[in-house]
Design a binder for this molecule. Sequence first.
Ligand SMILES: [Zn+2]
Length: 126
Amino acid sequence: MNLPDMVNEFYRHFPESKKDGVMKFIFLPESKMIMVNDKIYNNKRKAHGVCIPNDKTITLNSTWWKRETNNWRKLKVVFHELGHCELGLDHPSNVFANEIMGYNINLVTDGSDWDYFVNKMKRKVK
Ligand SMILES: [Zn+2]
């Protein structure tokens, strides 16, 4: 699954969010990405993705993207960033919550739980 397929998958689940046009995606190397506090693993690391709503742009960490071989983890980040920008969702108040808007970078490793997490995300959208 490549990036356009992942983005299409998001809009298939959340068609209403496509009304104002789709988000643009750009790639930047890890050195250009902002630092984030990883509350699950209690360390600072470079962000995998960042969403700027006013620019309708999501920036992905190209270094991580090339290194990560698991498409489910990439899909989680794509959904997470689109969740911020297209659905207006925030991070859960419980940092350990297992959900797409949560911090767990290893939330999904295969497709078996994917529908469960997407449905959980749908319930948060008003
Ligand atoms: Zn986030």
